[in-house]
Ligand binder design. Structure first.
Ligand SMILES: [Zn+2]
Ligand SMILES: [Zn+2]
Length: 400
């Protein structure tokens, strides 16, 4: 492992920032204290700061030399509405709020890199440090882009990291193409005609129609999409009625759809509408389908991914880098940045959980678990990766 000595020397300082953020978690678009901490540190190190992009986002600009290349490095700052079960000193001081996804660590790793680059970094070009709000369901990346992130601060490519429990500590996992899925939710409302349960012929049973629709939707996954295209459709709620001897007027079902491509998502949504409408019609019920596309798939561009993997190999050694990590059906709003710019999102192994307080059971403590904690051993690794990635990216030959 080749970690920068100055980054290692700043380890205690960056760890203390990480733990301060952990102790004061703020959920989506409420990251006021965190954004202020980030902005003040960047300013303290002589970095130009722009606040309030995408409501609570912060951008830092560091420019050297005459180079026209620019690179974006992104961290997320928000916490989750979870009550922390850990008992260590830096546990959340706010009931019902917790950094259970490690965004405290992502922010600290990028701050560590910003400090190094401002004080010691040699490079030629512009580094755009992006601290985004509201990754957890608030599309903070999209909010920053809509607020002019890339128009005001153009970059040639953008990069991101997420810590990943279960991957060995300090190893990198990445893949070209889709790494994380699109996240979408649907709700299907069925309107029938209620009746006495003993005289169903007098009504139009929406419960029966709902169950037929729930079953038929699975045929899209097994019969309609190409078998080699990955997708999942889960009906997670069916609601109807409140009395055993009454057929209700209405029923509704809801759930989630995840895909790695927009083409597959288009197909699934259109088939869902056809099945819901035709099935409801067959049972003489009315139907209303609402389908919301939350996050698109996170798709890594090949060239930037191969470049990022070279930097990972330099930092942690080739034996600690997988370029064929298994994609996850989880979703990530860095996807919006990758729709706007080429780039690469990577996983950094958070280890198996032994460094945390017990209470999460056997095996790795997964993200969004009330016993989770970001592994501080990753701080100098992530910061070194960011530094070397920025320096090497800006030193690449000018794009055509
Ligand atoms: Zn999360
Ligand atoms: Zn996360």
């Amino acid at each position: 492992m080749k970690l920068l000595p100055e980054v290692l020397a700043a380890r205690e300082e960056i760890q203390s920032i990480r733990r301060t953020i952990h102790a004061h978690p703020e959920i989506r678009y409420e990251e006021v204290r965190t954004a202020d901490l980030v902005a003040r540190r960047l300013e303290q190190w002589g970095i130009e700061v722009h606040r309030s992009l995408g409501k609570t986002g912060v951008v830092g600009i560091l420019k050297r030399g005459t180079g026209t290349r620019a690179v974006g490095l992104r961290a997320d700052m928000d916490a989750l509405p979870i009550h922390e079960l850990n008992s260590f000193g830096h546990r959340s001081q706010i009931d019902g709020r917790m950094h259970a996804c490690g965004h405290d660590g992502h922010t600290a790793m990028l701050l560590g890199a910003a400090q190094y680059l401002a004080k010691h970094g040699e490079f030629d070009g512009t580094i755009v440090f992006i601290f985004q709000p509201a990754e957890e369901g608030g599309a903070g990346a999209r909010a920053m882009i809509e607020d002019g992130l890339f128009a005001k601060f153009p970059v040639d490519a953008v990069f991101g990291i997420h810590n990943w429990p279960g991957l060995p500590e300090g190893t990198f996992g990445v893949t070209e193409g889709p790494l994380m899925a699109s996240s979408n939710e649907f709700r299907i409302d069925i309107k029938g005609i209620g009746a006495h349960a003993a005289m169903p012929h007098n009504g139009r049973d929406p419960v029966f129609a709902a169950v037929q629709i729930a079953n038929a939707l699975q045929s899209i996954i097994t019969r309609s999409k190409k078998p080699i295209e990955t997708a999942v459709l889960s009906v997670t709620q069916i609601h109807a009625g409140d009395t055993v001897n009454v057929i209700p007027d209405v029923a509704w079902l809801a759930g989630t759809v995840r895909t790695f491509t927009t083409a597959t998502l288009d197909l699934i949504e259109s088939k869902m509408r056809k099945i819901a409408e035709a099935t409801a019609a067959a049972y003489e019920c009315a139907v209303d389908v609402s389908f919301n596309r939350n996050y698109p798939p996170t798709v890594n561009s090949p060239e930037e991914t191969r470049f990022a993997a070279e930097v990972m190999r330099e930092v942690v050694g080739p034996e600690n880098v997988s370029t064929a990590v298994e994609p996850t059906m989880g979703a990530e709003d860095f996807a919006f940045m990758l729709l706007a710019k080429p780039g690469c999102y990577a996983f950094l192994g958070n280890g198996d959980g032994e460094h945390r307080a017990t209470g999460h059971g056997a095996g790795p403590c997964m993200l969004h678990n009330p016993s989770y904690d970001f592994n501080d051993e990753l701080l100098p690794i992530g910061s070194t990766y960011w530094v070397r990635l920025a320096q090497r990216y800006l030193a690449l030959p000018q794009a055509k």
